[in-house]
Design a protein. Sequence first.
Length: 114
Amino acid sequence: MLLRSLRTLKIRMDQHQKSALAVAHFLENHPKIAKIYHPGLESFPQYKLSRKQMTGYGGLMSFQLKTDDLNKIKAFFNGLSLFQIGSGHENLIYAPAISNLKELSKEQFEGVGI
């Protein structure tokens, strides 16, 4: 099974990266998104460096909603159908503001870069 999977890895990774970049572009222009972080976007702070160092960008990204309202953040997460809240290897999404980090003050969040 490993050999069979390796034979199609490049095709799957190419599509994985292409799909992620399409999602990143969509989110970059969405009115409810404040900021998106994906190395394949020209708006990414280290875009030029990523072009030099990477041959592809993978599927991971992060973004900020244009709200600090925890109820709206929870509603967003609960409204997702293709992603589950958590960590692991599936289609997952994670929000520090509604995770075990929710106990931090606004200053503490900012202090750790969240």
